[in-house]
Write a protein that binds this ligand. Structure first.
Ligand code: EPS
Length: 403
C-alpha cells in the first residue's frame, strides 16, 4: 500500500535499459472496459515534445496488459502493464565513474555504499515514467466514468511563458480545443506564439550543449467535491498531489496548488474565493479559483489546478565539473545520450499522476467493487450532496440529521 493512496496501490519495476518497464495497479473495480489504444496514445505523447533525446527514436512505447484483464474488462485483480524496452542493453553498457551534478549518480553511491553509478542511474532514469503514464491513463478512464477529466500542459520553458489567463478554465468542462492545441504544438502548450518562443529556448540550449527546464500545469475538471480529508496530514489531497508530482517526475523540484506562490504576496480579501448563492438553487458559485479547487485538504467542486517546476535535465553535453571516483581527480562529469528538454513529457507524466491521485480519492470516497456499483454510488453521492448540503428540503437551522 502506498502511504499517499487510500484504495489503489501502485508500483513500478524495470530499468531504463532492462527488458521492460512494468506497472502494477491494484484496487480497480471489476468491469472497467479498458481502452488500450488510449493508453498507447498517452505513451506516444510522453515520448514527444521538442528537445527529446535519441532514445525516443529507438523506442515505440506501447502497452501489453499481462494481468487483471479478461475480454477487455478489468476483473478486480492487480492490473499489470508492461512496456517493452527496445534498447535493452543494460548488461553491455559502460560503468560511469564521473557523477553528473544534479543526477542521482553521487547520492546513489552514498546510499548503496559503492561506486556502481550504472545500477543507480538505470532506475533513476526518467524512462520509468512511461510506467506511470500507462497507469495514469487507466486512472483517467475511471475518472471519465465519474465525469472528471485531467489535462496537463506546459506553462513555461525557461523564460518563455504562456500568457497567465490561458490555462485557467472557466467553471465547467475544459474547452475541447485545448487538447487539440496541446497535441499539435511542439512543446505541448496552448498558444502558438508561446510555443514558438519555447521552441527557440530549446533550440538555443541544444546548440550550446545545454538543457532547459520549465513549468507544467495540470487542470482537473468535473472533480467531485469533498474528496480528500482534513483529518490527517497524509490524507490531505494537496499533500497527496504534491507527493505524486514531486515523487513521480524525476527533475521536479517545486509544486504549487492554485495561485500558491502569488497568493503569499496578497491580502486575504484578494486571495479567497467568495461563495455566492446559485440563483437556480444548486451548489453555491465561486467566481474565482485562486485556491486551485482545494480547501482544507479537500476538493471544493472547482477545477483542481496544480503546477510543477522542473529543473533542466542534469546530463549536459558540455559537462560541469565533477570528480572521477576511480581516481579521485577532478574530471568533467560523464555524458550519456539525453534530452535537451523533457518538460513536454513531464506535462504528460504530471497528468498521469494527478489522474492516479484523483482516481484513488474518488474510488475511496465513493466505493464499489464493480463499475456498475461505483456508478450507482456516484449517483447516490451526488444526490446526497444536493439534498443534504444544498437542498431546500434541509431544515437549515437544525441541519440534515435533525430528528
Ligand atoms: C528517457 C529515456 C532515457 C533518457 C531520459 C528519459 O534514455 P537513454 O538514457 O537511453 O537516452 O533519454 O532519461 C533522462 C533524462 C535521465 O536523466 O535519465 C525516457 O524514456 O523518458
Amino acid at each position: 500500500m502506498n502511504p499517499m493512496l487510500s484504495r489503489l496501490s501502485f508500483r513500478t519495476a524495470g530499468e531504463s535499459h532492462g527488458t521492460a518497464m512494468v506497472a502494477v495497479l491494484e484496487g480497480l473495480p471489476r468491469g472497467l472496459v479498458l481502452d488500450v489504444a488510449a493508453i498507447d496514445a498517452a505513451l506516444r505523447l510522453r515520448q514527444g515534445g521538442a528537445g527529446r533525446g535519441g532514445r525516443q527514436r529507438i523506442e515505440h512505447d506501447c502497452v501489453q496488459v499481462i494481468g487483471g484483464l479478461r475480454r477487455g474488462r478489468t476483473i478486480g485483480s492487480p492490473l499489470c502493464l508492461l512496456i517493452q524496452n527496445r534498447d535493452a542493453t543494460i548488461d553491455d553498457l559502460p560503468e560511469p565513474t564521473r557523477p553528473r551534478p544534479g543526477h542521482a549518480d553521487l547520492a546513489g553511491c552514498c546510499h548503496w555504499l559503492d561506486r556502481d553509478i550504472r545500477s543507480t542511474l538505470e532506475r533513476a532514469s526518467a524512462r520509468e515514467t512511461c510506467a506511470r503514464v500507462a497507469a495514469g491513463a487507466v486512472c483517467s478512464q475511471v475518472l471519465t466514468a465519474a465525469g472528471s477529466s485531467v489535462f496537463g500542459f506546459v506553462r513555461s520553458v525557461r523564460s518563455a511563458t504562456l500568457r497567465a489567463e490561458l490555462g485557467v478554465p472557466p467553471l465547467g468542462l475544459l474547452p475541447a480545443e485545448w487538447r487539440t492545441m496541446r497535441d499539435g504544438s511542439r512543446l505541448y502548450t496552448l498558444d502558438a506564439a508561446a510555443d514558438a518562443a519555447m521552441l527557440s529556448e530549446v533550440q538555443e540550449a541544444g546548440r550550446r550543449g545545454d538543457t532547459v527546464g520549465g513549468i507544467v500545469e495540470v487542470v482537473a475538471t468535473g472533480v467531485l467535491p469533498g474528496l480528500g480529508s482534513c483529518a490527517q496530514w497524509h490524507e490531505r489531497l494537496d499533500a497527496r498531489l504534491a507527493a505524486a508530482l514531486l515523487l513521480s517526475i524525476p527533475a521536479v523540484k517545486a509544486i504549487e496548488v492554485g495561485d500558491g506562490f502569488a497568493n503569499a504576496a496578497r491580502c486575504g480579501s484578494e486571495v479567497h474565493d467568495p461563495i455566492e448563492p446559485d440563483p437556480s438553487g444548486g451548489a453555491p458559485l465561486r467566481p474565482t479559483n485562486h485556491a486551485g479547487g482545494l480547501e482544507g485538504g479537500m476538493t471544493n467542486g472547482q477545477p483542481v489546478v496544480v503546477r510543477a517546476a522542473m529543473k533542466p535535465i542534469s546530463t549536459l553535453r558540455e559537462p560541469l565539473a565533477s570528480v572521477d571516483l576511480a581516481t579521485g581527480a577532478a574530471a568533467a562529469a560523464g555524458y550519456e545520450r539525453s534530452d535537451v528538454c523533457a518538460v513536454s513529457a513531464a506535462a504528460i507524466v504530471a497528468e498521469a499522476m494527478v489522474a492516479l491521485v484523483l482516481a484513488d480519492a474518488t474510488l475511496h470516497r465513493i466505493g464499489g467493487e464493480s463499475m456498475a456499483e461505483f456508478v450507482s454510488r456516484l449517483g447516490e453521492f451526488r444526490a446526497a450532496i444536493a439534498a443534504q448540503v444544498f437542498g431546500a428540503s434541509v431544515d437549515r437551522k437544525k441541519g440534515p440529521d435533525a430528528p
